[in-house]
Design a protein around this ligand. Structure first.
Ligand code: NA7
Length: 294
């Protein structure tokens, strides 16, 4: 069993740590908000006082934090993760960040003598708990081979996609469809509803139709009632779309449907819905259609 470290015990990070502990690994951990670690400590997590200490005490250290800024906050400085890395160690970042930022981080990790893999996941906390998570991973093949068994303990499906930064690029390329699909689904439901079909019936039919991706199947019913705690909120979704639009502009790939979905997320934020699950784009369109919101 491996000697691991984990920084970023948010919704997804905590879920990953739980799976690693359940698989029998030793896990050292740190989170900005210490209280979130308490239930994990009860399950066997070894609390450390800084990201640096986590990296110092582990052979493989993983992070899963919100965005590029959060990644800088946990890696930089005297107490940062980079200061605790050294030859022989591997750093695995599971956050969804900009590919360029991930590539720069890999360079800096290499300067410490360690190696880095970017390994974002596709799927929600529910998918993870069900043991159905997909992980895409990038870095040198040799480093990937070292961490692959650990990644398999997190989610059964692990795909190697190439050198550093390519996994986060693929994650962003995956996630843009989630927002686009949710918006298209909302359009269909509202069109049916305006025509006199009950929303509940429309949801049942569409979520069992040819357009129902796994995401539409589990998130579609949210238009009948949002979850108390967002599975993936408007702010987080918009972060990924902004990263995608910037990548598209730089690479010369137009992303027309992403751009439109992004505007609906802006509208949702303007309506004070930034911490709701991003399924709430339905409400923006419902308001524009003169129909009841969720
Ligand atoms: P959560 O549940 O919002 O968790 C975010 C984590 O990032 C959580 O541990 C935060 O610490 C941490 N964070 C955020 N900003 C900072 C700063 N500035 N400094 C240190 N730590 C920070 O998000 P998810 O778990 O759903 O998602 C995480 C990633 O996976 C994200 O990239 C998604 O796109 C995919 P806190 O607990 O707030 O102190």
């Amino acid at each position: 069993m491996a000697n691991l470290g984990f920084v970023g015990l948010g919704l997804m990070g905590s879920g990953v740590v739980r799976r690693l502990l359940a698989a029998g690994h030793q896990v050292h951990g740190w989170n900005r908000t210490k209280e979130k670690a308490a239930p994990l400590v009860d399950e066997g997590l070894v609390w450390c006082e800084s990201p640096r200490e986590v990296a110092e005490r582990s052979d493989v250290v993983l992070t899963m934090v919100t965005h590029v800024e959060a990644l800088a906050a946990v890696t930089e400085g005297e107490d940062g993760l980079l200061a605790g890395l050294g030859p022989g160690k591997v750093y695995v970042d599971m956050s969804t960040v900009r590919p360029a930022a991930s590539r720069r981080m890999a360079e800096r990790v290499r300067e410490t003598g360690a190696e880095m893999v970017d390994a974002p996941v596709s799927g929600s906390i529910v998918t993870m708990e069900a043991g159905q998570l997909s992980i895409m991973a990038a870095g040198s093949r040799e480093t990937f081979d070292r961490v692959e068994p650990i990644l398999r303990d997190i989610g059964p499906t692990v795909t190697y996609v190439g050198e550093n930064g390519k996994a986060v690029l693929l994650k962003i390329a995956t996630n843009l469809s989630l927002a686009v699909q949710m918006l298209a689904f909302s359009e269909g439901i509202l069109l049916a509803e305006k025509g006199g079909i009950e929303r509940r019936v429309a949801v049942e039919v569409l979520t069992n139709s040819a357009m129902a991706s796994p995401m539409v199947k589990y998130r579609g019913p949210f238009v009948l009632g949002l979850p108390e705690a967002a599975w993936f909120d408007v702010e987080m979704m918009q972060k990924d779309l902004v990263y995608a639009l910037d990548e598209g502009r730089a690479a010369g790939v137009p992303l027309p449907t992403t751009a439109i979905a992004n505007e609906y997320l802006t509208a949702a934020r303007a309506m004070g819905l930034e911490h709701e699950d991003f399924a709430v784009v339905f409400d923006v369109l419902a308001g524009m259609s003169g129909l009841d919101t969720i």
